[in-house]
Design a binder for this molecule. Structure first.
Ligand code: NAP
Length: 314
């Protein structure tokens, strides 16, 4: 069995990867308590000791707005750390799968972004993630190793496990308020962390199947659920699906507002739909539609939140 080092095992995507990676390898889970990604010496030591066949890096500084005032920290975690991982990976002949973001684009397009489209990040978080991509590519292009790297850009991720996300925030607000105002002029593809984690496991399997040289597959790929929504559309769908499942909700009205009405420290792209064609061609499957995945996630969250509580009370 291949050895997979899962970095960021406690994050939203990392927790889903804890479920999807074991069928494709022996997983070594790495969390902040065992590896602080601001410590480059520690990164090298942990990777040398573990000697994995694969590194899956699901760790990142993800506080998009806070990053505007913590640029050094964001760059250390999102740019320096992945580059160091890449350096050790090529020395050890280990493959690397690293997650990146739709925010590397400026959102000026109105058709899905291709992997090769020009990048132009709008904020510190986005810039730090782009630097991470570039660091990995630079290491690989200098060393020409036989192992592969995959930079997988994703977007608008939510899951039942892990920290706060848009779905959980809407459910919290919707439980208390009658009216909720949501931005309607930013468009993307909501993506369930569980689908993303499944795709990551498939990348590992597909690259092993590749002949004659798996490193030919190295590069940037996009993965999101299929379909397109604004945050407003997404909020409406969350409340419709959640109400049908039985979540307690007070919300009566969702009011569409403009980005100008909801100023944030970091600018976000107005349009960040990612083309998944390259990934679908490699994996041989198309991602599920976001609304179907939302329904499944909410069902899972409902079971976790309410049915387990009820059974304790019985
Ligand atoms: N969420 C989205 O909407 C979205 C969209 C596009 C791309 N992405 C990308 O997808 C990936 C996974 O995102 P996610 O939503 O799963 O993020 P997340 O839930 O915030 O998880 C990030 C993980 O990184 C860990 N981490 C942060 N700083 C660290 C440090 N100094 N040392 C070690 N670990 C550290 C965190 O550890 P703690 O648990 O200890 O805090 C956390 O477990 C990231 O690369 C992100 O940029 C996410």
């Amino acid at each position: 069995m291949r050895r997979i080092l899962l970095v960021g095992a406690n994050g939203q995507v990392g927790r889903e990867l804890q479920q999807t990676l074991p069928p494709v390898g022996d997983v070594i889970q790495i969390t902040r308590s065992t590896l602080d990604l601001t410590d480059t010496q520690q990164i090298r030591a942990v990777l040398h000791e573990a000697k994995p066949d694969w590194i899956v890096n699901a760790a990142a500084y993800t506080a998009v707005d806070k990053a505007e005032s913590e640029a050094d920290l964001a760059i250390a975690i999102n740019a320096t750390a992945p580059k160091v991982m890449a350096e050790v990976a090529v020395q050890q002949g280990c493959s690397l799968l690293h997650l990146s973001t739709d925010y590397v684009f400026n959102g000026q397009k109105n058709t899905p972004y291709l992997e090769a489209d020009p990048v132009n990040p709008l904020g510190v978080y986005a810039r730090s993630k782009l630097l991470g991509e570039q660091g990995i590519q630079q290491v690989w292009s200098t060393a020409h190793p036989s192992c592969s790297y995959f930079i997988l850009r994703t977007a608008w991720v939510y899951g039942a496990l892990g920290a706060v996300n848009f779905v959980k925030t809407m459910l919290r607000l919707g439980a208390d308020r009658e009216e909720i105002r949501v931005v309607a002029d930013q468009v993307g593809s909501p993506t369930w962390a569980k689908d993303l984690a499944g795709a990551i496991a498939q990348f590992i399997v597909k690259s092993a199947d590749a002949t004659p040289d798996p490193s030919d597959l190295s590069g940037i790929y996009h993965y999101t659920n299929s379909g397109v929504a604004s945050w407003y559309d997404f909020a409406i769908a969350i409340f419709e699906e959640a109400a049908a499942i039985g979540f307690p909700l007070q919300v009566q009205r969702v009011v569409p507002i403009g980005t100008v009405d909801y100023p944030t420290p970091a600018k976000r792209p107005a349009y960040s739909v990612l083309s998944g064609k390259k990934t679908a061609a490699l994996l041989g499957t198309h991602p599920p539609h976001w609304r179907r995945s939302l329904r499944l996630m909410l069902t899972e969250l409902y079971t976790q939140t309410y049915e387990s509580t009820h059974s304790i009370g019985r």
